[in-house]
Ligand binder design. Structure first.
Ligand SMILES: [Fe+2]
Length: 212
């Protein structure tokens, strides 16, 4: 196994160089943008913090990289990143299962709107296109994620948006679970610094406890 030693430049250029994923990731991240790992992975570094699954997980989500519903007017998000071990080994064929509230702050508990899962590629990369979820009472803006590998659930957590006023008031919020946003802005619609295709470029790398 090749040891994956990420650095800002290597990781992002690696994303940009990768086949069909390259164009969308490139468009989302922007040519000159560099996003740091979230957090760095290393033998001494902790794994990504686990959080509650909450009441709205549904098993059997469809395998798809684009969760955006037709006609949605919400701002889109291109969420990309890696699944790596504490030793920074990429985890290929890991499952990243994402679910979140829709444009009105509601979960689809009968179907699979804004639910989907993707596999990481041979370098441990994943990419999901979705929307900025609306807020719902009692919580700040967030995504829910399960990460599995080898048929085993290895991490359940939530991801947060920077510069959200609700972060300070949400007891579950952890800054270690903040996504890196390329434009550095909030989840609100802001013309400043948007990616060319108008999507918010978000980045999160999952560090899981897996021996390889
Ligand atoms: Fe939630």
């Amino acid at each position: 196994m090749v040891v994956y030693r990420p650095s800002r430049r290597v990781v992002v250029s690696g994303v940009l160089a990768a086949g069909s994923m390259a164009m969308s990731a490139k468009a989302a991240l922007g040519q000159e943008r560099e996003l740091p790992l979230t957090p760095h992975c290393g033998e001494e570094d902790p794994t990504t913090i686990a959080q509650t699954e909450g009441p709205f997980f549904r098993a059997g989500s469809p395998g798809r990289a684009d969760l955006v519903e037709p006609g949605s007017k919400a701002r889109q998000v291109e969420l990309t990143g890696f699944v790596v071990t504490r030793g920074c080994h990429p985890v290929a064929r890991a499952v990243v299962d994402l679910w979140h509230a829709d444009e009105r702050g509601a979960y689809d508990n009968k179907g699979y709107r804004y639910r989907g899962r993707v596999y990481t590629d041979e370098k441990g990369r994943y990419r999901i296109r979705t929307i900025v979820p609306a807020l719902y009472p009692g919580r700040t803006r967030h995504y829910h994620v399960n990460v599995a590998a080898g048929g085993k659930l290895l991490l359940t957590t939530q991801l947060y948006f920077p510069n959200e006023p609700g972060n300070r008031r949400d007891g579950l919020y952890r800054k270690e679970l903040l996504m890196q946003i390329a434009d550095g802005g909030s989840a609100k619609n802001s013309a400043k610094g948007r990616a060319k295709d108008d999507a918010m470029a978000a980045r999160f790398d999952f560090i899981i406890d897996l021996r390889m």
